[in-house]
Design a protein around this ligand. Structure first.
Ligand code: NAP
Length: 295
């Protein structure tokens, strides 16, 4: 299948490599020249011309940061007429309404639209073990199912456009709230000088344990959030989207609001481009390594 992938960021680049590994004919495009050069140096087929990429692909995969970026790229006057007859797979995390609007505009332009937000990050993208939450056009789903199975260990069709985006926001709300909840408990354990391993041993035996706690523990212990797979700034975007959707549906948005405030204070403290688990530092400010007996 001829595929054009637009957006070679943290997720786009490994997904592109995975598509090549699975035997797809791939052309890639990125707005900034630096990322395009990296992709080229890594052996990917790249073009600096957006219209060339869109013309070449039967399937267009969007791995762009947000709905604003998608609208700018896909509905640029030079690109929109080229969408006719193409299948658009939207992989970024956006809201159900944003996805429905983009989907409707794709269909208006004569294309087919499937939203396919994913759970998992760079390692899962590289190994083809993402969780793929497809929703939208059945024909686009069947056309691309084999390709999606190369990217994801779980590929499910969830219904009309918006359902995949909703499930993805629900998942990312859990990323934020589980990490915030664990950060609070771990902060208390360290402040009280309890042995962290003793606490973890008990937690692991309980129904409260989540694997993400151990995945992030080293970062919390070392206060090192560098080389992120998923930066804090993207989680802020996602929780802001969650909060908007939750409040519009009549839900009490206080929990999401509180988490969003914590995340934003982390960004103000300079953690925006660091791993999202740096929210630990916003919850436990004033940490002093000298007195942290829990390490
Ligand atoms: P990223 O590393 O920040 O990459 C963002 C991409 O979007 C870059 O290629 C960037 O191009 C492009 N872009 C942004 N604004 C643009 C514009 N106005 N016009 C053209 N291109 C634009 O983000 P990422 O981590 O790959 O995430 C991409 C999407 O997947 C996001 O919605 C994110 O929430 C979601 N997601 C991420 C992860 C993860 O673990 N990282 C996991 C699942 C889902 P430039 O190089 O020109 O800036």
């Amino acid at each position: 299948m001829k595929v054009a992938l637009l957006g070679l960021g943290l997720m786009g680049l490994p997904i592109a490599h995975r598509l090549v590994h699975c035997g797809h004919e791939l052309i890639t495009w990125n707005r900034s020249k630096e990322r395009l050069k990296t992709a080229q140096d890594e052996g990917l087929n790249v073009t600096p011309s957006l219209t060339e990429a869109v013309t070449a692909g039967e399937v267009l995969i969007l791995t762009l940061s947000d709905a604003g970026a998608i609208n700018q790229v896909l509905f640029d006057p030079s690109v929109k007429p080229l969408i006719r007859g193409k299948t658009v797979l939207q992989m970024g995390t956006i809201s159900p309404d944003e996805s429905r609007d983009i989907g409707a505009s794709v269909v208006d332009a004569g294309g087919d639209y499937l939203e396919v937000p994913v759970l998992g990050s760079i390692p899962e993208a590289k190994s083809g073990e993402l969780i793929v939450m497809a929703a939208g056009s059945e024909s686009a789903y069947h056309q691309t199912l084999l390709m999606l199975r190369g990217l994801g260990k779980e590929v499910e069709h969830l219904g009309p456009v918006g359902k995949g985006a909703a499930v993805k926001l629900a998942m990312n709300q859990l990323i934020a709230s589980l990490t915030a909840g664990f950060s609070q408990s771990l902060g208390l354990i360290r402040a009280e000088g309890v042995e962290v391993e003793q606490f973890m041993g008990l937690l692991r035996q309980s129904a409260l344990y989540a694997p993400t706690f151990d995945k992030k523990l080293k970062k919390f212990m070392e206060h090192d959030y560098s080389n992120p797979n998923f930066p804090l700034k993207h989680l802020i975007k996602d929780i802001a989207l969650f909060q908007k959707v939750a409040e519009a549906s009549g839900m009490n948005g206080e929990v999401a609001n509180a988490i969003l405030r914590i995340l934003r204070s982390g960004q103000e403290a300079g953690y925006g481009d660091e791993d999202y688990s740096s929210l630990y530092e916003a919850i436990n400010p004033g940490f002093d390594a000298e007195t942290d007996t829990g390490c």
